[in-house]
Write a protein that binds this ligand. Structure first.
Ligand SMILES: NC(=O)C1=CN([C@@H]2O[C@H](COP(=O)(O)OP(=O)(O)OC[C@H]3O[C@@H](n4cnc5c(N)ncnc54)[C@H](OP(=O)(O)O)[C@@H]3O)[C@@H](O)[C@H]2O)C=CC1
Ligand SMILES: O=C(O)[C@@H]1CCC=N1
Length: 274
């Protein structure tokens, strides 16, 4: 029998995962339970045949249960559902800074946990997820979880200690790419281009650059050099970026994300001991 998939919390990330799974046809609408604080926000999902329900029903019916609420709500939600989940349920925790051990401690028993860090491009099947497995999952279960994550993008299994880096590298970095594209489009508007047209130009440039790096596997510095003609236009722009401390700003931003993940992990492990 196909596993039932539950999603507690259907906001930006929960929805992106549900849509990604459906788009890839890895599960049908009637195999998915979706819960939210304000259930009326899920009326569009219900109309499409997804089972929308409260947290208790969703938890009780799921074989794979995603917890896609904000990190500070994990304790409240797990305390609500811990007595109704199936004994063999696989809980997938996607919150920044919530460790496998914290989830187990909140359930107050041995439970199969996957810690994952996906990102919002899952919505269009272009997600990037890092996942770490608890030792309780067997090989068949690990394969099933990997297949699920592959339905909405790329996935790599990583050691749990690397989760703050994964959060920086793909979870948060998409926001920085959006800021970059917005700023580039602003510049194009300043140069006389229409805004909608600017988004197409800069969006395709970012998409093309990413595809080029991933497909050629060339060092990004080499690819950058291929664009910079001697005494040309690009190298003039590179100088301006270096002057503004672009690389430092980017490194500092990813560093800040990872530090914040560690802080949140610290806070969540303290809360559960109260
Ligand atoms: N956004 C991102 O790019 C990423 C997010 N994450 C993680 O995903 C999690 C969710 O983030 P995100 O989707 O951005 O947040 P959102 O605020 O967009 O979504 C959270 C959802 O949880 C619902 N919710 C709140 N309380 C409860 C409750 N008690 N029971 C059931 N549902 C509830 C909210 O419903 P309502 O709106 O009705 O209050 C909302 O729809 C976080 O832990 C975050 O760390 C991980 C990777 C990337
Ligand atoms: O900002 C956050 O906390 C979440 C985790 C990674 C992306 N968004």
């Amino acid at each position: 029998m196909e596993p039932m998939i539950g999603m507690i919390g259907c906001g930006n990330m929960g929805r992106a995962i549900v849509e990604g799974i459906l788009k890839a046809k890895v599960a049908k609408e009637n195999q998915i339970y979706a819960a939210n604080r304000h259930l009326e926000k899920l009326s569009d999902l219900a109309e499409r045949g997804i089972k929308t329900a409260g947290n208790l029903e969703t938890a009780a019916c799921s074989d794979i249960l995603f917890l896609a609420v904000k990190p500070h709500l994990y304790q409240e939600v797990i305390e609500e559902i811990r007595d109704v989940v199936k004994p063999d349920v696989i809980v997938v925790a996607i919150a920044a800074g919530i460790s496998i051990q914290t989830v187990k401690d909140l359930f107050q028993r041995e439970i199969k946990v996957v810690r994952a860090m996906p990102n919002t491009p899952a919505l269009v099947g272009e997600g990037m997820s890092g996942i770490s497995f608890d030792t309780l999952l067997n090989e068949r279960e690990k394969k099933m979880i990997i297949k699920l994550f592959q339905s909405f993008g790329e996935v790599q299994v990583v050691e749990e200690r690397l989760m703050p880096a994964v959060g920086s590298a793909s979870g948060s970095s998409v926001a920085f790419v959006f800021i970059l594209m917005e700023a580039m489009a602003d510049a194009c508007v300043k140069l006389g281009m229409g805004r909608e047209q600017a988004y197409v130009f800069v969006g395709q440039a970012v998409k093309g650059g990413a595809a080029m790096m991933l497909e050629t596997k060339k060092h990004p510095g080499v690819l950058k050099d291929m664009v910079c003609s001697p005494n040309g236009t690009t190298i003039a722009g590179v100088k301006a970026l270096e002057q503004a401390g672009f690389r430092y700003a980017v490194m500092d931003a990813l560093d800040a994300c990872a530090k914040r993940t560690e802080e949140m992990a610290q806070a969540s492990s303290t809360v559960k001991k109260r």
